[in-house]
Design a protein around this ligand. Structure first.
Ligand code: AMP
Length: 634
């Protein structure tokens, strides 16, 4: 076994040899001719000429050796009592369900390269749908079930799906959250509506079907019961999926992922970072709507022949011990969650952490947002297991920084997600001139191209946006910008210090302030608005809005103001979803701007967090800041 240093150095100096070896982890229907084509930077093509299929590697390949092993264990505490209900699928059963769903999609005319939008709660059918898409070479675009009609419509219009797969409802803390109304509204708003909608009826909410468009999954499944659908053999660089993420503009970006590179990177990460061997159980508490869910609920564990747990519910129902009860019963060896989830648990009796037998568990991974030391200490001591912070992005698909315990059990440092993963040539750059910055100095976290296998290949349908957004942000360099500030210490550990752009991170979920501003601005009484991310002890950050109204009469009394605030929040709820709802909407008569009209977001944010608002020499109207100060003091 090489040391981490040798392992990582080789992945950078000899990518060809390194990734050629890693590629042996998956099945290639046709061997690749070249490991890497980087003749057109920053577009990297991994495993050129090789053909493979994600669903084949995740499901078919395990039939002979693991047919009777559980592949997917669905546990839902979204039951009337909160007591968990379970349903388990062996690899053989998963194979059948994926073939049925693939048969349904094919029957609806979906083929290689077509898009299927999946707007689903955390139910097994969502996983079947994803794998069915992969099987037939269609691209899935999973949209988080918490998003609402406008978010959904934007994604429909960008991906132009032939089919949407959805359900009657999700469920939150035992209450049904109907999807169909939002979905119908989104399709009404969309310019490129899908031809067909496949609906899973869970019996939770009304499910009126639109004639000629909407189809009942149960009926279709019965019709396709015995379907066997051949895998499409995809060239390694052909896209496998699109996953939208927020940026600095109001328009979310479709992160496009390849096929072969993703399969290889995930398979390697399961061993090198997540230390979960084939046959073992992996428990990731994320949602399939986010990148963590794609990589470590669905593809990573299944590619590696593990049992994956799909959990629908909150960490608190029926009580704050539910996740540990699941660990006792299902005996995962690795678990993956988020700092916010742990901070939620921290508000409850720590006895829940010791009530269950956690002996199967070796490591707890946390990612998605900065992990604060008190939270890390609390959980590490509470469950008596090492806690591994790891840092990555929707764009990269798997950790950029982590402690690769499967390679070498380097010590962790609190506050640091660790060291670069294989193939990530991470550097700290000056935001002024793009020069490389030495140890212990703050700069922009960048990655020298090529990005390793598994990372985004481009922005869906917009190569130019991919280059412009990610590869021109570091001055004078063709390097990928993460848009995070960071520091590397003398031992080579990185520390992440927050975003360089206007993206905020609420409970581990990335939100664009511009998207929220656009939604609030659509309220008929809002003239202007600024949204900033403000530090929050539970969620990491929350969105706070400052709005200028058109008709001041509507906020003339404290009661009216409160009602108006609620009304504005409702607009965001119905358009983007409650995930994007600001924690507060303050009303002001003017917003702080520079003389050239640029919003002074950082100054607003600083005042909200009780910090110095910084250089104000360019401010147009200093009283605007006074209003912000007064509003947050109230
Ligand atoms: P997303 O694409 O939604 O996963 O968000 C990615 C962003 O979340 C990164 O660019 C960071 O700003 C933040 N992030 C993710 N993981 C970590 C971590 N372990 N520590 C600090 N920030 C993180």
């Amino acid at each position: 076994m090489p040391s981490y240093k040798e392992f990582h150095a080789r992945s950078i100096s000899d990518p060809d040899g390194f990734w050629r070896e890693q590629a042996q982890r998956i099945h290639w229907q046709r061997p690749f001719e070249r490991v890497l084509d980087y003749s057109r930077p920053p577009f990297a093509r991994w495993f050129v000429g090789g053909t493979t299929n994600l669903a084949y590697n995740a499901v078919d390949r395990h039939q002979a050796t693991r047919g009777e092993q559980a592949a997917l264990v669905y546990i839902s505490t979204e039951t009337p009592s909160g007591e968990p209900a379970e349903k388990s699928y062996t690899y053989a059963q998963l194979y059948r369900e994926v073939n049925r769903f693939a048969g349904i999609l094919k029957g609806l005319g979906v083929g290689r390269g077509d898009r299927v939008l999946i707007y689903m709660p955390m139910v097994p059918e969502a996983v079947f749908a994803m794998l069915a898409c992969a099987r037939i070479g269609a691209l899935h675009s999973v949209v988080f079930g918490g998003f609402a009609s406008v978010s959904l419509a934007t994604r429909i219009d960008d991906a132009k799906p032939k089919v949407i797969v959805s359900a009657d409802a999700g469920s939150r803390a035992g209450k049904a959250v109907p999807y169909k109304g939002l979905l119908d509204e989104a399709i009404r708003l969309a310019q490129f509506p899908p031809a067909k909608v496949v609906l899973v009826n869970r019996g939770l909410a009304e499910l009126p079907l639109v004639a000629g468009r909407d189809l009942d999954y149960g009926r279709l499944r019965a019709e396709h019961m015995n379907d066997e659908v051949a895998c499409e053999w995809m060239e390694s660089s052909e896209p496998s999926y699109i996953l939208y993420t927020s940026g600095t503009t109001g328009k979310p970006k479709g992160v496009q992922r390849d096929t072969g590179g993703y399969a290889v990177a995930l398979a390697a990460s399961m061993e090198q970072i997540f230390c979960c061997a084939p046959g073992e159980t992996y428990f990731c508490t994320s949602d399939i709507g986010w990148v963590v869910g794609h990589s470590y609920i669905v593809y990573g564990p299944l590619l590696n022949g593990c049992t994956t747990i799909l959990y629908e519910g909150t960490p608190l129902r029926p009580d704050a011990g539910i996740w540990w009860r699941i660990v006792e019963q299902h005996r995962p060896t690795s678990m993956f969650s988020s700092p916010t989830a742990i901070r939620v648990l921290k508000k409850h009796d720590p006895a829940f952490l010791t009530r269950y037998d956690l002996s199967s568990l070796r490591l707890l991974f946390l990612a998605g947002e900065p992990l604060d030391e008190p939270t890390a200490q609390w959980i590490a001591q509470g469950i008596g297991k090492p806690v591994i912070d790891n840092y990555w992005q929707t764009e990269t698909g798997w950790p950029i920084l982590a402690i690769p315990r499967g390679v070498q059990a380097l010590p962790s440092k609190f506050g640091s997600p660790g060291v670069p993963s294989a193939g990530y040539n991470v550097k700290i750059f000056s935001e002024h001139d793009g020069s490389e910055i030495g140890a212990d100095q703050k700069g922009v976290v960048g990655i020298e191209g090529p990005l390793p296998p598994g990372c985004m290949s481009t922005v869906w349908g917009d190569d130019e946006r991919f280059v412009r957004t990610y590869w021109t942000a570091i001055p004078g360099r063709m390097a990928y910008s993460t848009f995070d500030w960071g520091i590397r210490d003398a031992d080579g550990y990185y520390f992440i210090l927050g975003r360089t752009d206007d993206v905020i991170n609420v409970a581990g979920h990335r939100l664009g302030t511009r998207e929220i501003e656009e939604s609030i601005s659509s309220h008929p009484n809002i003239a202007e608005v600024a949204v900033v991310g403000v530090a929050d002890s539970l969620k990491g950050q929350v969105a706070v809005a400052f709005a200028v109204v058109k008709d001041a009469g509507r906020i003339a009394t404290p009661e009216l103001k409160l009602a108006h605030e609620g009304d504005v929040m409702k607009t965001v709820d119905s358009q983007l979803g409650a995930v994007a709802r600001p924690a507060r909407v303050h009303f002001v008569t003017t917003l702080p701007k520079t003389r050239s009209g640029k919003l002074l977001r950082r100054s607003i944010q600083a005042l909200c967090e009780g910090r110095d608002p910084g250089d104000l020499t360019t401010i147009e109207d200093p009283t605007a800041l006074e209003q912000i100060r007064a509003a947050v003091a109230r």
